[in-house]
Design a protein. Sequence first.
Lengths: 482, 363
Amino acid sequence: MTRFFESYEADPARFFDEVISKEGIPRQHYDKLLHRFGQFSLDDIKARRQIVNIFFRNQGITFTVYGVEEGIERIFPFDLIPRVVPANEWQTIEKGLIQRITALNAFLHDIYHGQKILKDKVIPAELVLGSKHFRREFVGINPPLGIYIHVTGSDIIRDGEGNYLVLEDNLRTPSGVSYMLQNRQAMKRAFPVLFEKYKIRPIENYPQELLRTLQEISPVRRNEPNVVVLTPGIYNSAYFEHSFLARQMGVELTEGKDLVVNNNKVYTRTTRGLERVDVIYRRVDDDYLDPLVFRPDSKLGVAGLINAYRKGNVALANAIGAGVADDKVIYSFTPDIIKYYLGEDPILQIVPTWLPSKPAHLKYILENLDTLVVKAANESGGYGMLIGPESTVAEQEKFAEMIVANPRNYIAQPTISLSRHPSFFNDSDIFGCHIDLRPYVLYGKTVTIVPGGLTRVALKRGSLVVNSSQGGGSKDTWVVDE
Amino acid sequence: MLSRVAESLFWMSRYFERAENTARFLDVNFNLLLDLNNITHTENPNYWIALILVTSDRERFNDLYKEYNAHTVTDYLVFNKNNPNSITSCIGLARENARSIIESISSEMWEQVNNLYHYLQSVTPQFVHNDPYSFYKEIKNSSHLFQGITDNTFSHNEGWDFIQIAKYLERTDNIARLIDVKYHMLLPELHSSLEESEDSTDIVAGSVDIIQWMAVLKSCSALEAFRKVYLSKIDPDNILRFLILDRSFPRSINFSVCAAEDALWRISGSSRHRYVNNADRLIGKMEAELSYTSIEDIYSKGLHLYLADLEQRLVKIGEQVHLTYFAYHTPEIEPQDVEEALPFTGVAGGRANWSQAQQQQQQ
């Protein structure tokens, strides 16, 4: 019986490996983990896998894959080997994110008020005002506490040298936090001894912190502001998460048809009549929120909601129009945004980004499509992407055409070899998979980040795409104090 | 409680009960045919027409099938997805409703609905044909298990009451239909065609009649309970007395109406001399009438008319429950408008489909 981990082959020459250093020796913060896993046989691990699987199945933790008829429900693939982040590295990430989110919020406030940053020509005005997610209607509106981005989840990757880079900011209520919480529960059941050996910072208070943040932005002062979660409904891929968070916070999970606006105030329809709502944690896109203002064909929204919001009678998290700051084109200006509003250098760097809307960049992009990653500016979930080294010439030509036709809609970045981490999920062998990290940032009266986040894993051998819709999985993430 | 949550609890419960009742009809019909095999023509399609009459959608059936026999009727009532009342459709809709309120029900309740749903996906028509007894028993037991789980894992407050209302309204409706079908079988033209056997004598006719009435009792699990009250005096008067007017048997009309009334009154705080809304008034009226009705009163009105009237009134009660609790109107809209705008369709379970594409588009 081979001992677990003996078969693992890191490739530190080609990739930054989270566990094995360039010199081929294990990093110190993984010592206890390797020691413990070293005591396991394959059968031991399989037994623990069983515990985890039963846990997930009983919890009904599934996501929905689109494009297949009726939408197939699958269990989110879970990788048993946790990721360990030492406290000093976490400190950098935490500081960097607080800096970044603070600056992005200042940017949003500016864009929807004086637009100083545009007048000072730090960013070309047409890029901001022409963004699909810029909401002209909300210029001059003051959201409670001046906050636009209450819940965010920036995706962080590590390059070949192990530097933490921000890959994108998800400012329109990102999903995945329920997996972060459930992964931790599952690991506690399967590996209780490891939890005794490490000082792992807890994340279990996330739902309370989320509720506190949401209550802090209530426009109406009362002891217990009435918070609800607004979901598109059971066919949404993140429906499990919506219901999970509502349950954990102890608030109502509502659909658009549960809410009604009367006299510019929002109410839930209950069996005992109407009940006033103060804060809506909405998991519905801007476009669908109110058929009177945005898409008239929306069946998910609430007629009159936007007027209630404008009057300051209800708070929305996140605020309408926040998406303009996570447009991938605006992303390339985020270092300038941080400098402009905070006068500081960015703590976390971004991935170098070329914009086809600049003629010099366009030429470079078209000449190097086989090595670059091209992304649509406003897509998410790994859709609408070209990964140069993995693409065919025909695909490259198709993208070249689309880029030239609509340069504002695309960006290009070098193909970054995401860091790798040993993964075990197919129950036969252990191999290196590319990973990223999505910490969740809460912004109320203060900025709070629960230590850790969701580490997403590209479980297909060699794949760089970590999105759950594209065959990605996840693993637990431990921020440890020495 | 959110109106939508209450409504989904209501329909989850109602569809579950409907599936169980359909299983009961089918199960008993198979047994009935075995019992009658020696004394009358069991290939006679009228035995199967009766089952379609219970669910009163003869037209839809005729659109889909050419004849009435064990295969077509079973397929229609168990598997057919175009039949919203087939067992598969009902459990699918019960699950859909449960899924939309998964944070409100107990996880054990969800698991039970989900298990039955997946069981039905795995069953083939051949399996049901070979062993109908086991199949229908599985459906009935699953339903009982669901009710037991609900009683023991779900708080007995408003939500639980909506589950009870739905269950007992559905059950009342089904008992009424079942008795009515027996009445249909006794209609001259059907009756004569069922008794066309060569040695058709009064004695045979009488025993066929008794066997049919026993089948009605059995499909309500009522044969044993009946015997404890009336011993072996299986005559139509006693059977009707038992199934309609008995106050202690859980599958009698009177019992079910009382149970629905209790649940409705608990929600609103109505009492015997003071009703709060129309749903409470109508159910109270029905319960009071049942309490003081004799079997002779029913005969004097005519059994079929009596049952048809009862079914109509049940629909009215369902409408009022809908208007009072589920279709909560905004202050500007008068209740009359609500009635026009939101007709009581009875297919709430299908409501989730209409916005499926948009729900999926959200990030």
